[in-house]
Design a protein around this ligand. Sequence first.
Ligand code: IMP
Length: 423
Amino acid sequence: MSKGKVDALLGIVFGDEGKGKVVDCFTPKYDIVARFAGGPNAGHTIIFEGKKFVLRSIPSGIFDEGKLNIIGNGCVIAPDLFMAEAKELEAAGYDLKSRLHISKRAHLILPTHRVLDRAYEAAKGKNKVGTTGKGIGPTYSEKAARTSLRVGDILENFPEKYAALKSRHEQILKDLHYTDYDIREEERLWMEGIEYMKSFPLTDTEIELHKALKAGKSVLAEGAQGTMLDIDHGTYPFVSSSSTCSGGVCTGLGVAPNAIGEIFGIFKAYSTRVGSGPFPVELFDETGDKIREIGNEYGAVTGRNRRCGWVDLVALKYAIALNGVTQLIMMKSDVLDTFDTIKVCVAYKKDGVITEDMPYDTEGYEAVYEELPGWKSDLTGLTSASQFPKAFQDYIDYLEKALETPITIVSVGPDRAQTIERA
Ligand code: IMP
């Protein structure tokens, strides 16, 4: 933790690395936790004290009573989904209104953005992105087109602004011949969500952050999605629509590059991807099924099967360089407890050409593997790195050497107690 700095905690592959749990373990060390990109397409599952919570738009620091949480300007927010998520937390006894500030510059996801998301996907035929259907792409597109509505808009003449944007959307949908939808109930809840949001501090969060940093406070920027889903650097067009890398922390919170401290990169001991797009390490056999089953690899937002494979050093090296990762955190190591051998993708191959650098388009590439012996023992009860079986320690050493970055935290189970720091 760095005083007067923003540390970033980022998923560095395809998302779903288990950031929620780590942020939750980290929050006691920080004064502020902030989300800088994405919206309800994220689903951070946190389990502690026997309870399971799935956070979508709300930062994971919300469980820690003394912390300020921020939804930054780089985020998009759906008022109805935000209300449902927040009310569930309030019902569980968490006081949100004093501890959750929302940027006036964050953009609003309208019900018609979600219809547009479906309509654009339908129009793509077999080239579908496989979006979460939450209206993310259409909202960020309109942000860039300068036609979108921001949270600050709800404070003045909102009904007129809403009606104008909705009617534009309806026209686009008509042009796409996508008219078979009914959002009346959704819209009612959405408007209720708008009123509910007004009971939260809607602020200039960037200025709050500037003042906090100047006063020496520490900030944790909580990533969403993952590096390979970044709009610029991911597997375009099969990506999300925001900047998920460390550069996005600056634009999505309004903080300068020299305000960034540590950059924690989270990955799993294996790989997953949800949605469409090339995935060279994907396993179509029973090994992939076994990883999915043991790792419970089903989408937190959509419930879809996640595609599974071995760890991918090509993607990890690329992500470490793009983000400037200073420390790595390896999640879900225990999922591999029963495998005889563990494979590691060290390069990609296409038409006889082997590369260790991330290609412009990974379509048609296959993985080149090295094999390591499995540790074949239960990691879930371990409490310190000194108890690691030799083969597991060897796996960590192998990855650290290849990635030239220290793995400082290893997770061996879903509970926050199953998180081991390595000195
Ligand atoms: P969108 O963000 O809903 O537009 O979806 C674009 C792509 O990003 C799809 O392949 C989604 O499955 C993927 N995606 C979006 N959010 C997440 C996430 O939080 N974890 C993993 N994949 C995600």
